[in-house]
Ligand binder design. Structure first.
Ligand code: ZN
Length: 880
């Protein structure tokens, strides 16, 4: 009786080893080779019977379909014109998926499955943003290596994503902590160096004087004390690497002009604000007394360089340090050199000048303003009367650009990107410091600079500082003794280019093949949280502009459209008057308002971002163990737009649970009808049949149109779900004594219902589809009967179904003109306007007025809108 089909089985609480499939009806569970239970299988694909839906059955269905719906996608190496690149921000492998992950990847998977059904060649990759301080700290606290910790987290989270039914292209998987990946991050770093986009400069870091270590911003508490030692944190200058992102700021600002409000929303504003107005220029003036150090000045007027007499700094500027200060004067001991004419410029502390926004330095050009001129007089500095420099601003900038001391447009407030981190768990910076030759890049053929293994990382500072084997090297130029850079890169560098590596993840010759990038870019839709809408997007855009400059990519802008998803919030309970958060089990819900169980104190109840410290988090596993994967997917997608915050509450569960039950019972009744004896239709029934056919024809088209629009044009998956539920309600209503056996339109509508559900709830829809195919009279030619639901083409609105041309006149909705789809699809603006001008209401009220402007939005297969603005109506003369 026991067949040979052994299924490898992983239950997520990890109790069960495997299952042996026994008869068609039952399953043995084995725990370490001992049979412990026989569970009866109920689901259709096993029994060919449509039994009532239970949570247990959902699990069985999901186990049955799990590998079938996640089969490997076969996207081409060089994508075709038909590609659709769906990118979701890759996770930081923190341990387990949280509800925010479930949300973003469910949205991403639903869109990927939808576009595959639309016939697109979908690129849907996944990887791991695997370096970073939190992993390093977690590993230290557990006395593990960062690598072991990170790899085990990746393994676990990957299993969870597969369990969730997310159809990623796993053959494209990357992890930024893998040498195969960071080798190319280092290569790109060297390319930036070669192209003059990288420099070293002193910057202030947080210094813990007790632990003698550098701290990241997040390790300094609100009082400015170290999280570890509690000591007051000091600011110390340290030489660090900067990427000259400001050099491309004008290009980045221009790129924003290509973005539409529809595709980027308010992120355009955030990016624009971050970059600032590029209405001036940066210049780097070297210091005479200090090697390889310069002072960067921003000015609106490059000609000021001709007449500047000194450099003014705010006292907070990093160069105003004790070594350079004069005890008796505001003039520092250092001088800047004016690269335009070689003049020496004194450097002066002057806090009361008008500095540009965000700037701490300015040119002491006495012609620029009165305060500067007065200060020059005080300092006894004056313009030489016999010097006549005729160079224009443009010539000065050209000279600076060609000699690499600035001259590019930027805003005054934008800073270059400090990328050095004094931490272990990051991409090693491929630089070597030689006393004789200065800083030297690691030769490209010696990449990667491997991050050495390290067990139980050094406390307080980077383990690389304890590793002479790592840092003692010979100079690539003179061969003498030299020291390798021990800082690692900011993890934001790793994530500037991961979406390009996905396209060519095993390339051994280059970061990626430009041909593949040209074919696959830009990303069609990028899904992620708003917390990355400024910095990550800015850095990734910078890198993409840089690659464009190098000729590595044809697209300057990497992301065509953004879907910034809202947070998942949990309900939190805090004792009023103090900050103490309570666990739900510590709350007494029996009264009118919840109170603390032990003290009966009143509570402040609010929705906040899920977090361990607020006890308001929900483990995704607990939800899918209770209700099943697809129910959870539908729960996270339903009710609110992907862009809004999601309040996670059990109160919202019945809506989805009931919908699944309704679908199940619709299917049951339909199967029963198919099994009835065929009867001749009486003339009375014929009339009823015709009436019902029309109703279901309309319902099919109406809800299909709405759901398709909501997924494709607005990504409002919650609206799509409510459209699908609308169709369900129509399928639910069947007159008494009416046989569904003869209804073509019911069959078509039911098929569409299941197909539309498939991208969102792939296991559940697959199960329904099997029963549908097995039992359908196949009156319709719409479906590929031999294929699974996920292999169906997305259904089409019928060509004779009437769609709407909605007309707005002077910002008010005027008329709605009905047109069959066959006509609406080929409609253009001129014809739409003629149709409006033939409308009787328009003729009556507006025909005398001249049309000033028109705007036509056309969504073939769905709707069209025409907005018209006319001349104002002439006022009628008042009766005298
Ligand atoms: Zn050397």
């Amino acid at each position: 009786m026991i067949t040979n089909s052994i299924q490898k089985y992983t239950w997520f609480d990890g109790c069960f080893d495997f299952i042996l499939t026994a008869s068609e009806m039952s399953v043995f569970f084995f725990y370490r080779r001992f049979p412990i239970a026989i569970i009866k299988r109920h689901f259709y694909n096993e029994t060919k019977k449509w039994e009532p839906l239970t949570a247990e059955m959902k699990h069985q269905i999901e186990n049955y379909w799990s590998d079938k719906i996640n089969r490997k996608s076969e996207s081409a190496a060089v994508p075709s014109k038909n590609k659709y690149y769906i990118l979701s921000m890759f996770p930081y492998p923190s341990g387990k998926l949280h509800m925010g992950h479930v949300r973003v990847y469910t949205i991403s998977d639903s869109l990927a499955r939808f576009y595959r059904m639309q016939g697109k060649e979908v690129i849907h990759p996944m990887g791991w943003d695997a370096f970073g301080l939190p992993a390093e700290n977690a590993a230290i606290s557990q006395n593990l290596s960062s690598e072991t910790w990170t790899k085990s987290n990746i393994e676990y989270m990957k299993k969870q994503l597969m369990k969730l039914g997310i159809s990623f292209d796993w053959q494209r998987e990357i992890a930024t902590c893998s040498p195969d990946y960071y080798r190319w991050t280092q290569f790109i770093f060297l390319k930036l160096y070669e192209e003059g986009f990288l420099y070293q400069k002193e910057a202030l870091v947080n210094w813990d004087p007790v632990d003698q270590t550098v701290l990241a911003e997040e390790q300094v508490d609100a009082n400015g004390c170290s999280w570890r030692s509690g000591a007051k944190v000091q600011k110390l200058p340290l030489k660090q690497w900067f990427i000259k992102t400001t050099k491309l700021s004008q290009s980045l600002a221009e790129g924003l002009q290509e973005m539409t409000e529809e595709n980027w929303g308010d992120i355009i504003k955030l990016q624009r604000h971050w970059i600032g107005e590029c209405e001036g220029y940066n210049f780097d003036l070297p210091l005479k007394e200090v090697d390889q150090t310069n002072v960067t000045i921003w000015t609106r007027n490059p000609e000021s360089l001709k007449s500047t007499l000194f450099i003014a700094l705010k006292s907070s500027h990093i160069l105003v340090k004790p070594d350079y200060r004069n005890p008796s004067s505001t003039i520092l001991k250092i001088n800047a050199v004016n690269p335009l004419n070689g003049h020496l410029l004194p450097v002066v502390i002057a806090d009361d000048l008008d500095y540009p926004e965000g700037s701490e330095s300015l040119l002491g050009d006495p012609l620029a303003d009165k305060k500067i001129s007065e200060l020059a007089t005080q300092l006894n500095l004056q313009l030489s009367a016999n010097e006549h420099d005729q160079r224009t601003a443009e010539e000065i900038c050209q000279k600076a650009l060609s000699e690499d001391w600035g001259g590019y447009k930027a805003s005054s407030k934008l800073r270059d990107w400090l990328v050095s981190r004094q931490r272990y768990w990051g991409t090693p910076i491929p630089m070597i410091h030689c006393k004789t030759c200065g800083t030297q890049p690691v030769p490209v053929n010696q990449l990667p600079v491997f991050l050495p293994a390290s067990k139980g990382e050094a406390k307080g500072h980077s383990a690389l500082l304890n590793n002479p084997d790592f840092y003692n090297v010979s100079c690539p130029k003179c061969g003498g003794e030299a020291k390798r850079e021990t800082d690692t890169m900011d993890t934001f560098v790793d994530s500037t280019w991961y979406f390009l590596r996905y396209l060519d993840p095993t390339n051994l010759e280059a970061p990626f093949d430009p041909k593949r990038a040209a074919a696959a870019m830009p990303v069609d839709i990028y899904i992620g949280g708003k917390e990355h809408a400024v910095l990550h997007l800015y850095f990734a855009r910078f890198m993409s502009h840089f690659f464009h400059l190098l000729g590595w990519s044809t697209e300057r802008e990497p992301f065509k459209r953004l879907l910034v998803q809202g947070m998942v919030m949990g309900r939190s309970y805090r004792v009023k008057g103090c900050g103490k958060y309570l666990k739900p089990e510590e709350v007494d819900f029996t009264g009118e308002k919840p109170v603390e169980k032990s003290t009966k104190k009143p509570l402040a109840v609010s929705w906040e971002k899920m977090s361990k410290s607020k006890f308001n988090g929900v483990e995704p596993e607990s939800v899918w163990n209770e209700h099943g994967i697809d129910t959870m997917r539908l729960l996270i997608l339903a009710d609110v737009s992907p862009r809004s915050s999601r309040h996670w509450s059990k109160d919202t569960f019945p809506g989805i649970l009931n919908w699944q039950d309704r679908l199940w019972s619709i299917m049951k009744r339909w199967i029963e009808h198919q099994k009835q004896e065929k009867t001749a239709i009486s003339s009375f029934d014929k009339a009823l049949l015709e009436k019902q056919e029309n109703l279901w024809y309309d319902a099919r088209n109406f809800y299909l149109k709405g759901a398709t629009f909501s997924i494709h044009h607005s990504q409002q998956l919650s609206v799509a779900i409510s459209k699908m539920q609308g169709l369900t309600n129509n399928l639910k209503k069947v007159p008494n004594n009416f046989s569904l056996k003869n209804s073509l339109q019911y069959e078509r509508a039911l098929g569409v219902q299941i197909i539309m559900l498939a991208p969102l709830a792939p296991h559940f829809a697959s199960e329904m589809w099997t029963a549908f195919v097995d039992n359908a009279p196949r009156l319709s030619t719409d479906f590929a009967w031999a294929k699974t639901v996920l292999d169906q083409s997305w259904p089409q609105v019928d060509y004779d179904y009437n769609l709407d041309l909605v007309c707005f006149v002077n910002n008010q909705q005027g008329c709605t003109i009905k047109l069959p789809r066959s006509q609406l699809d080929t409609l253009d603006e001129a014809r739409a306007l003629r149709l409006l001008q033939q409308d009787h209401l328009f003729i009556k009220y507006n025909s005398a007025q001249k049309i000033l402007s028109t705007k036509f939005d056309h969504y073939p297969g769905m709707d069209a809108t025409l907005a018209v603005i006319t001349e104002p109506k002439k006022k009628q003369k008042a009766c005298s």
